[in-house]
Design a binder for this molecule. Sequence first.
Ligand SMILES: Cc1ncc(COP(=O)(O)O)c(C=O)c1O
Length: 275
Amino acid sequence: MRLRRRRRCEVVDVSEANLCLRDDVRVAVVRQVGVQVVLDEKREFRFSLDEMARRITPKTKMIVINTPQNPTGGVLTLDDLKGVAKLARQHDLLILSDEIYSEIYYGTPTAGMLDIPDIGDRLLLVNGFSKTYAMTGWRVGYSVVPKDLVPTVNLFMNNSVSSTSTFCQLAAIEAFSAETAPIVANMVQEFRKRRDVFVDGLNAIPGIRCLKPHGAFYLFPNVSSFGRTSKEIARIVGVKPTSIDTYRSRIMAKLGVEDLCALVRFAIRHGLLQA
Ligand SMILES: Cc1ncc(COP(=O)(O)O)c(C=O)c1O
């Protein structure tokens, strides 16, 4: 297989958390350079449109945004989105908008890129079932893309996931049924209670400052007053970056099971998995 190397191009990326997006762009563009824009705590983790405008160069092809956002819980306003649309039109850029947390908000419904009129010709909107319908790992999502990009997106999908498994598709249809709306509302209500407990708790600790997120289910406390890096603080409080393999091995050691099959049998025995 030969990869056609394209000229180096840039992507203005404000989606802090989702590294897959970055890799997707890398695969598609081959020599992509991500240009980050600051998400400012003083602006409730929204970026500055002026800064975004300054970071756009003749090589820029796409702006990537995420709202509500992982990992800050920040939510962009309709004016922010209008500003992004304006910049994209001015510089003839695509917009990739990841709105996977669109239904998890704690105030008024959040604005989305589809609220912007006539943006369809340059918008790649991505959403999925993993957050709203607690289907994490099921690999089901959907997108709205310009018609002329559909063959390219299909090519990418065919060669990355092939196709969505049948049971996941059936679950996704079920997720869209009317009965799920109150269940989602209950879940978000529960998230709101947890958010309030944790934000109040963190703010009660001297030296920690934590904004109340308007969406998604993340807290992004500011610990800068301790004069140490967040990595150091994480180490002090006992949080260690762990690979999934290490994590799995630790769980297996704790449960006294020796291999993955034994772990699955353990889960079935304790009603955590259905046979
Ligand atoms: C902003 C954002 N987009 C997309 C995803 C991907 O969701 P999934 O792979 O579970 O469908 C995540 C997961 O954490 C996310 O935070």
